[in-house]
Ligand binder design. Structure first.
Ligand code: Z5A
Length: 207
């Protein structure tokens, strides 16, 4: 049985997941919690190679099914070699994206069947689910604008606006389905306000 807690950060492009990861880590460490920070796709050498393939916009066209399977292949490695050992040690895992992203991007964005995603989720994860998910939500245009100032667009970021609108809707649907686990954080506010909401959400979880 896992002893640590599993927290995931989710949301569309440029909503501030990476920016707030370090803030959340510091906050947890102030509470004497040992934190392992990781990300998906990625987190192990093989999973990071799969990430490069997935994000490379100059690769051969990746079919939707291949994309879905590569994401779950990376996740299987990540769970076995990073997430489960950390939780078993009693560490907390703070992960930049996890399976809610698959429901949002491959389910919402690519229109893959939810039942197929759920089947793979059960196969790869068994009973493993995040204990808390912080879903950063902001209008698509704002997130893309922020992401644009940061770096060149990758294969996902080069999609059309309608794709990101579908991703956002699918994320919000996940939050409606799992309100106990998924806390929606308004990410279109100034950073200090976002972080005060985060402290509230994590503080409630810690209690
Ligand atoms: N993917 C998938 O399809 N299926 C899956 O199952 C999984 C992933 C797990 C890689 O993810 C891609 O993988 C992802 C979906 C796909 N698609 N894309 N693209 P990623 O997490 O590496 O990529 P990302 O979403 O593009 O991350 P990002 O652009 O780095 O976004 P972010 O981490 O949420 O934002 P940020 O880097 O923290 O912030 C962006 C900028 O905004 C930065 O300059 C900040 O200083 C600024 N910022 C942040 N917050 C604020 C506030 N509150 N005010 C003003 N400015 C702010």
């Amino acid at each position: 049985m896992p002893k640590g807690k599993f927290i995931t950060l989710e949301g569309g492009e440029g909503v501030g997941k990476t920016t707030n990861l370090a803030f959340i880590k510091d906050y947890l460490e102030q509470h004497k919690i040992t934190v392992v920070v990781t990300r998906e796709p990625g987190g192990t050498p093989l999973a990071e190679k799969l990430r490069q393939l997935l994000l490379d916009k100059n690769s051969e066209a990746i079919s939707d099914k291949a994309e879905l399977l590569l994401i779950f292949a990376a996740r299987a490695q990540h769970i076995k070699h990073v997430i489960e050992p950390a939780l078993a040690r009693g560490d907390w895992v703070l992960c930049d994206r996890f399976t809610d992203a698959t429901y949002a991007y491959q389910g919402g964005g690519r229109n893959m069947r939810v039942s197929t995603i759920t089947w793979l989720e059960n196969l790869v994860q068994g009973n493993l689910k995040p204990d808390l998910t912080l879903l950063f939500d902001a209008p698509v245009e704002l997130g893309l604008e922020r992401a644009r100032t940061r770096s060149a667009f990758d294969r996902f970021e080069s999609e059309k606006i309608s794709f990101f609108e579908q991703v956002r809707r699918a994320y919000l649907l996940q939050a409606e389905l799992y309100p106990e686990r998924i806390k929606v954080i308004k990410a279109n506010l100034p950073l200090l306000e976002v972080q005060s909401t985060l402290i509230h959400a994590i503080g409630t979880f810690l209690r």
